[in-house]
Design a protein around this ligand. Structure first.
Ligand code: C2O
Ligand code: CU
Ligand code: CU
Length: 523
């Protein structure tokens, strides 16, 4: 491969439709012939132009942004907060003509925003009305491994599952999605995902916009490809190696969305619920905004910036300030994937995509100033010294091993802080997600983490050129036989086996053997 592929002249501003068609052709053309065609310069140029999915300035924002219904559950006789979720197939009319078949919770696509407070015990009755086994994983939640909803807690078609746990962690924007062995990407891509907002009434800083659907808005971003029959295309290009990279974005399941903004300041809870794509969010006119939260809670203080990058599974809460009557587009700029020139090109590293138009009303409600301090910073450890564990990401494996449901990779003693070093040692984009805890990023490539990584995290991007050190501590929920997962959250990689398992034990306890999934988690 040449050092730098030939740069073709800039393509004419093509309407989004034509681009999609070209992408389709690209895929069709590549399948079965990639080995030979990649060799010619002409094909390189063609691949180069075709790999650009830019939609900047091309999206006409004609659809009002859907806000997932807020579900605060109900209190039962013993004071538990009880939710009911039903997984089922459905459909959406996204494109003219045939409706698109989807999967989702409680309504055919995506799911309600669940909400609970620190200190509460929750119970979720999950019913699976799909035709196949699924699971529901509570991404970012501290909870016992048997309640985690990973591949060891399958819910058979027609079955139900009743996980219950006590919320004991800071206020945060978490989410839920299926995690069936080898099929997570498909279930999420077809629409199975929802937000799970945690509140902490004891530690809520005054001044943050907090009215759900009014000035506190869930922004679930996903990329899709449609086939010629309006169905979600699950085909993955042979180049790229990260699975589906959609040319069409949707937010909360709405294509070409706009949001009517009613207050001076609006909090956007950004969730990258895509299977693989990394976004680098900013406002199209370049105005700054404040990042106030990361995966597992509020940052120590608001951080003013004009970009926030989120890989698959990550969240950020940002606060955007608008003047009356103006419109500004939330855009994803080319992300910095920390990989080489060519890999970046074919994994979305050059893509600019319009996400959501913010439309301010002619009169905006005044919003209070943001507080100067938001939350206690994580203080688990320091970056010096030898890490307790190292994780090398390469070849769809971690430390040279693929996922095996029957293998527990290690045990961690409850209450002990460990330092983990994660290195991406191949050319592909990867990230690293840990179940069962939030962690502190200690360093990125040996340097102090940037401000947006100084709060609690459960998923972190791992650039090829910069090992990441994290400090993590698991508390309370010990179980030597039921593993939690750690994995790349690019779901194509996860499903190919880029995942391992660990258990949390009492001091002196040895990791056991995973219980058979057939007997786990049914109530
Ligand atoms: Cu969001 Cu193991 O997953
Ligand atoms: Cu998770
Ligand atoms: Cu990966």
């Amino acid at each position: 491969m040449p050092e730098s592929p030939p740069l073709p002249p800039p393509p004419p501003a093509a309407p989004a439709r034509r681009r999609l068609t070209r992408r389709r052709l690209l895929k069709a053309g590549l399948i079965g012939t990639s080995a030979t065609v990649v060799a010619t310069a002409g094909t390189m140029a063609w691949l180069w132009t075709s790999s650009d999915a830019s939609t900047a300035g091309q999206v006409r924002f004609v659809n009002r942004l859907a806000i997932p219904p807020l579900d605060s559950g109900r209190l039962d006789g013993s004071g538990r907060r009880v939710f009911d979720l039903r997984a089922a197939a459905g459909s959406r009319r996204w494109l003219p003509g045939r409706p698109t078949a989807t999967w989702g919770f409680d309504g055919g696509h995506l799911g309600p925003t669940l909400r609970a407070a620190r200190g509460e015990t929750v119970l979720v009755n999950v019913r699976n009305d799909l035709a196949e086994t699924t699971t529901v994983h509570w991404h970012g939640m501290h909870l016992p491994a048997v309640m985690d909803g990973g591949p060891h807690q399958p819910i058979a078609a027609g079955g139900t599952w009743h996980p219950t746990w006590r919320i004991d962690q800071p206020a945060a924007t978490l989410w839920y999605h299926p995690h069936p062995h080898g099929r997570t990407g498909r279930h999420v891509y077809l629409g199975m995902a929802g937000m799970f907002i945690l509140d902490d009434p004891q530690a809520a800083p005054p001044g943050l916009p907090a009215r759900y659907g009014v000035d506190d808005i869930p922004v679930i971003v996903q990329d899709k490809n449609f086939d010629g029959d309006n169905q979600l295309s699950e085909s993955t290009p042979l180049v790229g190696g990260i699975g589906i990279l959609g040319g069409t974005l949707m937010v909360n399941g709405t294509l070409a969305p706009y949001l009517d903004v009613v207050a001076q300041r609006t909090r956007l809870r950004l969730l990258n619920a895509s299977t693989s794509r990394t976004y680098r969010f900013g406002l199209a006119d370049g105005r700054p905004f404040e990042i106030v939260g990361s995966d597992g809670g509020l940052l120590p203080a608001p951080h003013t910036t004009d970009r926030v990058q989120l890989s698959a599974g990550e969240r950020a809460e940002i606060v955007v300030t608008l003047r009356p009557g103006e419109r500004v587009v939330l855009r994803s700029f080319p992300p910095d994937l920390g990989t080489d020139f060519w890999t970046s090109r074919v994994t979305g590293g050059d893509d600019t995509m319009d996400v959501l138009e913010l439309r301010a009303a002619a009169r905006l409600e005044p919003s209070p100033a943001l507080p100067g301090a938001l939350a206690e910073p994580p203080a688990l450890g320091a970056a010096d010294g030898e890490p307790d564990r190292r994780f090398e990401l390469a070849g769809f494996e971690i430390n040279g091993r693929g996922m095996d449901m029957d293998r527990i990779d290690f045990g961690v003693v409850t209450g002990r802080t460990e330092v983990w070093e994660i290195s991406n040692v191949d050319m592909l984009p990867h990230n690293f997600h840990v179940h069962g805890a939030q962690f502190q990023v200690l360093s990125v490539g040996g340097a102090a983490p940037p401000p947006e990584l100084r709060g609690w995290k459960d998923t972190v991007y791992t650039p090829g050129d910069a090992p990441i050190r994290i400090a993590v501590r698991f508390g309370g929920h010990t179980d030597p036989d039921t593993p939690y997962m750690f994995h790349c959250h690019l779901l194509y990689h996860e499903d190919l086996g880029m995942m391992g398992q660990f258990v949390v034990t009492e001091p002196g306890q040895r990791p056991g053997r995973p219980a058979s999934p057939r007997h786990a988690g049914h109530g």
